[in-house]
Write a protein that binds this ligand. Sequence first.
Ligand code: AMP
Ligand code: MG
Length: 330
Amino acid sequence: MSQGYNTVLLTGEDAVNQAVSLLQQGECVALPTETVYGLAADAANPAAVDKIFTAKGRPKNHPLIVHIPDVSHLSRWAMDIPESAYALAEQFWPGPLTLLLKKAPDVDTCVTGGLDTIALRVPAHPLFLSVLTKLDSGLAAPSANRYKQLSPTIAEQVTRGLAGRIAGVLEGGACDHGLESTILDLVSEQPRILRAGPISQQQLTDALGCEVLLPAQHVEVVPGNVKAHYQPTTPAKLLSTEQIMAQAERLNAANSFFLVWSEQAQRHLQESNERAQWRVMPATAAQYGQQLYVTLYQVDQQGAAQIIVEQPPQGDPWRAINDRLSRATS
Ligand code: AMP
Ligand code: MG
């Protein structure tokens, strides 16, 4: 159901100022980041933050990430900040790393889903940074999609999901990474990754000089860790190269759309299925990640009965991709 907004697409020279003005009025505006588009609202204004939950249809106990203009703002939002946070900020901010810290006492728990911890990051997209610098405060900004749907990596995808529900969308082109930030918990005894993302476990281990855990399950409320998440509307299935080769005929007859990356699978589809519908995904993790959501979004509109995704390689650079794919196909 629409919330009665006439959602404006903000483009051109004055777009950043218009976004700032709407945010100052307590409205929600979708902003581009280097990971995915975020649905931003003034993190210090509970009524504005509330609008994020309404627009997304997101449960109120799911915490939001607060985006800040630079590391000097950390102490406004967090307390008992360990040295490691500053070391990581120095190396990875602005960038796709979110740090989980102890919440400062005066931060309203509406933004933390009632928890006494807070997730913080400095994003790298120049438009988002410019909005933050003008506001000189924090913006809560989860991904700009309806609850459980795909995160948007182009402005059109935001508009399709949230038109009528938010004040505006700042046009910023396609997102560089295309996958949500890595979330690192610095509150627990040992640093641990709560959500795999563009900054890998190895990069964090190297930066900290100690082991960084990557548990498969968490007790915390982490919506990205819900098993079914980041899902296209068309049912999607993850199959190995061998399974695709063996079942291509049957899958094709069942009106499947294939997302393949290996030459083997491409050749097989080409040779054995004249009418097969398929797209080639990039063979490098960085490019695959950048293309993943936008491809699922586009293929979702093709009217196929199912999307068959060829299992990508395993290994550290592919971890975030495999994580999102397993949820999209769960
Ligand atoms: P999204 O905003 O949709 O990218 O999701 C934000 C992610 O950050 C979710 O997985 C949240 O659960 C996680 N997150 C934010 N704040 C906290 C927190 N205080 N504790 C644990 N996870 C958090
Ligand atoms: Mg999200």
